[in-house]
Design a protein around this ligand. Structure first.
Ligand code: NAD
Ligand code: DAU
Length: 332
């Protein structure tokens, strides 16, 4: 039994991980989250009080981080500024949280010899051509495109340096695009679902040919637990579930699952520097740690995600108008 500190546990993937750990293990969990616009305390409602604690605070707060590291065995670090579009308009918070925040945690892990798992993204590898037979592997050179992905790449490199120079017991995972419950309405899939539910048309950037490699958030959580349990310190593991689809296909599927005509969407201004395609080869994780995704059917996973947004309007409604107002300003 472990005491796990989860940074960013009120965000999308962090909150899914917290639910997953409390449902599938006997570990206890403390969430450290500053509740930015992307954090939502409601994502953590109903968790068992004897195994779960919530601490509101910033990962850059050295004194608070110190106090929390003293009483936890393992740290899983999800906290980040996570949205590419925001990073194009105001990069500074990405540097503060993703770089300085990660540095602050690494220094505490060094002082306390804490087992540390760093959550990262496939975007650190840049993008692939649409017709490239290659996928990303752990050996692909870093080549990030956006302020967001460059700060994630920087944070990965800090982790590697702290392992090599100071012997910090850390692992890194780079995962592809997640979908599932509790994802903020600014992100692609929830934005389009909640657009249809509120009578708006889905919005596709540019031609919509960009490809993302979709994985259910629960599969990301099971992979992270496998790495915490059996991963080798100093190693990087890519997490993906063979879920490549272009954005048009995803919008058409959402429209069809919601009973709308397949062409009832709009094309809007493209994202600056828009990465064309991400694709993950997760064979190292499968081979060395015996991990397998449970959600092999994207259409079924998407249908259950749509049901969740239908049934949890009170969770997403308060954020919707502000998110759409930001997009409108950007012509998106
Ligand atoms: P999110 O934006 O939904 O959640 C981020 C959480 O971090 C929020 O709860 C926010 O309040 C918190 N936070 C932000 N700054 C903080 C700070 N300074 N101190 C404490 N808490 C802070 O993000 P997400 O989509 O859940 O992503 C979580 C992690 O997973 C990120 O590190 C991201 O890079 C990585 N990731 C995301 C995806 C994806 O598809 N969303 C894929 C691969 C990796
Ligand atoms: O690959 C992992 C990454 O996936 C994570 O590191 C990021 O934190 C996460 O936000 C996600 O990044 P993307 O930029 O791929 O996700 P986003 O949901 O913003 O967009 C997915 C695709 O959909 C992308 O090609 C842009 C496009 N898009 C997005 C929005 C919001 C649209 O066409 N229309 C939209 O309205």
């Amino acid at each position: 039994m472990s005491k796990i500190l989860v940074t960013g546990g009120a965000g999308f993937i962090g909150s899914n991980f917290v639910h997953y750990v409390l449902e599938n293990t006997e570990n206890t969990v403390t969430v450290l989250d500053s509740l930015t616009y992307a954090g939502n305390r409601a994502s953590l409602e109903g968790l068992p009080a004897d195994r779960f604690e919530f601490v509101k605070g910033d990962i850059c707060d050295t004194a608070l981080v110190e106090e929390l590291f003293i009483r936890h065995d393992q740290v899983v670090h999800y906290a980040a500024e996570s949205h590419n579009d925001n990073s194009l308009h105001d990069p500074r918070p990405f540097l503060d949280t993703n770089i300085i925040g990660t540095y602050t945690l690494l220094e505490a892990a060094r002082r306390h010899d804490t087992r540390f798992h760093h959550i990262s993204t496939d975007e650190v590898y840049g993008d692939l051509e649409l017709d490239d037979p290659q996928r990303f592997t752990e050996l692909t050179p870093y080549n990030p495109s956006s302020p967001y992905s460059s700060t994630k790449a920087g944070s990965d490199l800090l982790v590697r340096a702290w392992v090599r120079s100071f012997g910090v017991r850390a692992t890194i995972s780079n995962c592809s695009n997640n979908y599932g419950p509790y994802q903020h309405v600014e992100k692609f899939i929830p934005r389009q679902i909640t657009n249809v539910l509120t009578g708006e048309r889905p919005k596709l950037y540019g031609a919509g040919e960009n490809v993302r490699d979709w994985i259910h958030a629960n599969d990301h959580s099971s992979a992270v637990l496998a790495i915490l349990d059996r991963g080798v310190v100093g190693e990087t593991y890519l997490i993906g579930a063979d879920g490549e689809r272009n954005n048009v296909a995803v919008v058409e599927l959402i429209l069809s699952l919601l009973g709308q005509p397949a062409d009832a969407y709009d094309h809007v201004v493209d994202r600056a520097g828009h990465d064309r395609r991400y694709a993950i080869d997760s064979s190292k994780l499968r081979r060395e740690l015996g991990w397998l995704p449970a959600y092999s059917n994207f259409e079924r996973g998407l249908a259950s995600t749509i049901d969740w947004y239908r049934q949890n309007e009170s969770w997403w409604r308060p954020q919707k108008a502000a998110a759409e107002a930001r997009y409108k300003q950007q012509g998106q």
